[in-house]
Design a protein around this ligand. Structure first.
Ligand SMILES: Cc1cc2nc3c(=O)[nH]c(=O)nc-3n(C[C@H](O)[C@H](O)[C@H](O)COP(=O)(O)OP(=O)(O)OC[C@H]3O[C@@H](n4cnc5c(N)ncnc54)[C@H](O)[C@@H]3O)c2cc1C
Length: 346
């Protein structure tokens, strides 16, 4: 079988890179071993333009958001599904100090444009919010697993996805790439957290982090907003909510732990005035990067071996824009942005 590109991995990164290359009428063969603990299967999928405790605008927020909305709306239309759910994120400060920080940061136009309104103390039913709350816009969540699994089915139907574990022992590379009976011009690795074991790219500064996430059922919480109080509480329909996530850098297994469950449970009890029931608990590994920029580009020595990885905690925001950006580079030699090009490490 002959193709232009082999893509290893059909998570958010690989499936969207394949999608964009197919739009350029390139031939693609994807090799993926389905794993229900892969980040894209476990993830909450939240996107929002403001990051972290310091209340800063997410890097390239507006450019990234535009691609998020266009691509996932387009993919949803293909089979009449909704993958992207736009809804406010409501930040619940833990102290007067935090509330004041929000007020102060709101004086910057960079931040104020993403704030819909400030809410009075105790304005939200079923929630402890004694200092008030801040409602953000241009936010929501992507049902990542549903979207990625739709693309998986599409690629299986087109007979361009091979379901198996990629084995480096079978890879031959010189001018051309040969993998078993597939001959390609280039191979691109999109292995998520497994990328740390890739012999071509294990020099890149990954900083993997484990995340654990619960699904709870709760009859009294509003399903129209995502709450953030150190943990996210995200409505997914039928009075179910995803709650997470924890951060852990030492235990990089995908086993769920009692300590993470207790931690999330305690935080939930502190913020919810109402009863809830835990019905699921999952863990996955985020393919995070020390300096929080994706890994994109071709190997410094092997020019037909590339990588698209390092989406970290922001897969939903980064993947649409940068899968398209990389596809332009691969299909039409458009230069890569220096901030994301792995040439920055050579
Ligand atoms: C608990 C948790 C919560 C998260 N919450 C959010 C959030 O709210 N918002 C957000 O934007 N991001 C979030 N993320 C991060 C987001 O999920 C990731 O950035 C994104 O899913 C990474 O996609 P990926 O395709 O790079 O990796 P993955 O999803 O891990 O996909 C890699 C694929 O490659 C396959 N693979 C790897 N090696 C091989 C091989 N040798 N052979 C065959 N197949 C292989 C794997 O099986 C998998 O299918 C979260 C992650 C976790 C774990």
């Amino acid at each position: 079988m002959k193709t232009d590109f082999i893509i290893v991995g059909n998570g958010l990164a690989g499936s969207l890179l394949a999608w964009n290359l197919l739009q350029f009428e390139k031939k693609v063969v994807i090799i993926d071993e389905f794993n229900n603990t892969a980040a894209s299967q476990v993830s909450a999928g939240i996107f929002l333009p403001i990051t972290g405790r310091r209340i800063v605008r997410t890097w390239m927020a507006d450019e990234l958001l535009a691609e998020v909305k266009t691509l996932f709306t387009e993919l949803g239309k293909l089979n009449g599904e909704t993958y992207l759910h736009e809804m406010p994120v409501v930040e619940i400060p833990a102290s007067v100090k935090e509330w004041n920080e929000w007020q102060q940061r709101a004086s910057s136009p960079d931040i104020s444009k993403y704030i819909s309104r400030f809410l009075e103390p105790n304005a939200i039913e079923s929630i402890n919010c004694p200092y008030g709350a801040i409602e953000l816009k241009n936010s929501g969540y992507l049902n990542i697993s549903k979207c990625v699994n739709f693309l998986r089915k599409l690629y299986l139907d087109k007979e361009i996805l091979i379901e198996e574990k990629f084995n480096f022992a079978n890879l031959q590379y010189s001018d051309k790439i040969n993998y078993k009976d597939v001959k390609a011009d280039k191979i691109i690795f999109c292995e998520g957290a497994e990328g740390v074991n890739n012999p071509f790219f294990n020099y890149l500064p990954f900083q993997l982090s484990k995340g654990e996430i619960l699904t709870i059922s709760c009859n009294t919480l509003s399903e129209k907003q995502i709450l953030n109080h150190g943990i996210f509480i995200l409505p997914i329909g039928n009075q179910l909510f995803r709650v997470g996530s924890t951060y852990e850098w030492n235990d990089l297994t995908t086993n769920t732990t009692e300590s993470a469950r207790n931690n999330l449970n305690e935080k939930l009890q502190a913020v919810l005035k109402t009863d809830f029931e835990i019905i699921e608990h999952k863990a996955g590994i985020r393919p995070s990067v020390k300096e929080r920029r994706p890994f994109i580009g071709m190997h410094p020595k092997h020019k037909n071996i590339g990588i698209f990885n390092g989406l970290g905690t922001k897969g939903v925001m980064l993947a649409p824009y940068f899968s398209k950006h990389f596809a332009w580079h691969l299909a039409h030699e458009k230069p890569l942005m220096a901030d994301v090009d792995i040439a920055r490490f050579s």
